[in-house]
Design a protein around this ligand. Structure first.
Ligand code: MV4
Length: 455
């Protein structure tokens, strides 16, 4: 087993990883930027190294700095968390070359899944249903138009090096396609240093459903059910829940089975998530695979009574999964609200000093945060300041529990998304479980209409 792990991250996920290490009796090493000197992950780790100035490009993304800290501290492994270096295949390779275990899949798998067109093709080969489209990269407008005619409009152009909605364009006819394709390629080159794009059928109204998997180095693969993540704004998830109101036990088993099967085919190891679109006829299509622990992993932990970060560490250390698929029992309903330091109306970031910070508690309430009163939210990073997670027997009870927990989540000094969450949780479509990719657009439209009427 590992004796010491470096956590190459900050904020709530860094503390989350430290908790798992402490429970396993593993020593922890934090790294931090000059903006994070007073952060809780620094306080709770056994050792801490400043790795550079505030911009992440100079600190949390600075591979030589992170590796130097790991070498000086003499760690056995690095946990990358999510974001930053978590899906950087080169970083995983450097770790390997330095004889440090990267807690995640192999560099080859990270690289394969990072290329979204390649991921799509290999998942299709592994027997996964994928959206109608073309399994390669688009070369020119002629080819694009031919493919789009075959699959039918609307289509969506996606950047192969993108993912998570970055570099996407919906195209509704041939004229739009001919102007959009070069623009999308140009954008992709600027954003990702790679102009490759691919085309799929655009599913107008769908749900974003993802399946959590765990795979060890001994051929054991399990799924831990789904998370419904349809409530997103600009491809940033706001609320996640499990189970999805749209899934039956049978559909869950079908989606879980294909996810496990695909993992076996590609020899996947560690924790991973397969993202699917679920259309209104309940057909599901693979979109992309995330090769990291995700922000929303706690809702899965709550209903399956597992510790996914602990499992990641044990798998990376070469241990066998202690449970098989039949041991995984799904119990109750869990919802997560992402509390961001941002205006609930304009969504503008709201960094600054937090003057009051009350953490809700009581039965079935979990808060993941690295915030404390008088802490200054630096402007340099992601605006996530806390995750509020609830668990209860039924969805209705979980919603009621979340509402009362949001009321007790008192954050002063900065603006947060707490009031937005309170409104979403009171929305009739949300309460009815009528969720789709269209939810937030409609919600924001209705809200501004309501404001005009009232004002
Ligand atoms: C799609 C799609 C419809 N059809 N792909 C957005 C996030 C990224 N992971 C992929 N996304 C989408 N891909 C096809 N072929 C619709 C979306 C999408 C979306 C998905 C989930 C939740 C909210 C969304 C909002 C807009 C678009």
């Amino acid at each position: 087993m590992f004796k010491k792990i470096l956590i190459a991250n900050r904020g709530e996920i860094a503390t989350r990883i430290i908790w798992a290490c402490k429970e396993l009796g593993i020593r922890t090493v934090a790294v931090y930027s000059e903006a994070d000197r007073d952060s809780l992950h620094v306080r709770f780790a056994d050792e801490a190294f400043c790795i550079g100035p505030p911009p992440s490009s100079k600190s949390y993304l600075n591979i030589p700095q992170v590796i130097s800290a790991a070498e000086v501290a003499n760690v056995d492994a690095i946990h990358p968390g999510y974001g930053f270096l978590a899906e950087n295949a080169y970083f995983a390779e450097v770790c390997e070359a330095c004889n440090i275990t990267f807690i995640g899949p192999t560099p080859a798998t990270i690289r394969l899944m990072g290329d979204k067109a390649q991921a799509r093709a290999s998942m299709k080969a592994a027997g996964m249903p994928i959206t109608p489209g073309f399994d390669g990269v688009i070369e020119d407008s002629e080819e694009a138009a031919r493919i789009a005619d075959r699959i039918g409009y609307p289509v969506i152009i996606k950047a192969s090096a993108g993912g998570g909605g970055r570099g996407m364009r919906v195209v509704r006819n041939r004229d739009e396609l001919l102007t959009s394709l070069p623009a999308a390629q140009h954008e992709a080159r600027l954003a990702f240093d790679n102009p490759a794009v691919y085309i799929e059928k655009y599913i107008e109204t769908a749900r974003h459903i993802e399946i959590q998997v765990l795979a060890d180095h001994h051929g054991n693969v399990v799924h831990l059910g789904e998370r419904e993540c349809s409530i997103q704004r600009r491809h940033q998830k706001l609320i996640e829940e499990t189970p999805s109101p749209a899934l039956t036990p049978k559909l869950r088993q079908r989606m879980g089975d294909v996810a496990v099967q695909a993992c076996r085919e590609i020899g996947y190891t560690n924790a991973g998530t397969m993202e699917f679109l679920l259309d209104e006829e309940k057909n599901f299509y693979f979109m992309e695979m995330n090769t990291r622990i995700q922000v929303e992993h706690p809702v899965t932990e709550m209903v399956t009574n597992t510790d996914l970060v602990r499992e990641q560490i044990l798998i990376a250390a070469g241990e066998r999964l202690e449970f098989d698929q039949d041991d995984i029992v799904f119990s109750g309903h869990s919802i997560e609200c992402r509390i961001n330091a941002e205006s609930p109306k304009t969504f503008a970031p709201s960094p600054g000093r937090i003057t009051t910070f009350n953490i809700p508690g009581g039965p079935g309430v979990r808060v993941e945060t690295a915030v404390y009163a008088d802490w200054f939210v630096p402007p340099h990073y992601d605006s996530l300041v806390a995750k509020l997670i609830v668990h209860h027997r039924t969805r209705d009870m979980a919603i009621a529990r979340m509402q009362r927990a949001l009321e007790a989540m008192i954050i002063e000094g900065i603006e947060t998304s707490v009031p937005l969450h309170q409104q979403i949780l009171a929305d009739p479509d949300f309460i009815a479980g009528n969720l789709s990719t269209k939810f937030m657009d409609r919600f924001i439209k209705n809200k501004s209409a309501g404001t005009q009427k009232a004002g």
